[in-house]
Design a protein around this ligand. Structure first.
Ligand code: SF4
Length: 79
């Protein structure tokens, strides 16, 4: 089965909101930090990861492409 993961490196987030506009089901701006966060994401060191369904892949790919500081990645692995 293929796993699709979104990875965020929040430290350099500038809070521009593009990811929220592209994939509102997975992203929101944290009012305290002013940075985006992956809803339900799991922190691991300097990154946060979230497994998503295939249906959410395209929206999150658009989020990754629209991020001006390129801190969103979408990865697929066969696990
Ligand atoms: S698009 Fe990138 S910089 Fe903008 S809020 Fe989302 S993660 Fe942060």
């Amino acid at each position: 089965m293929r796993k699709i993961k979104v990875i965020h490196y929040p430290e350099n987030c500038i809070g521009c909101n593009f990811c929220v506009l592209m994939a509102p089901g997975q992203w929101r701006i944290n009012d305290d930090t002013g940075r985006a966060e992956l809803i339900g994401g799991k922190p691991e060191g300097d990154q946060v990861t979230l497994e998503i369904s295939a249906a959410d892949r395209e929206a999150n790919q658009r989020a990754a492409e629209s991020c001006p500081v390129q801190i969103i990645k979408v990865e697929e692995s066969a696990e």
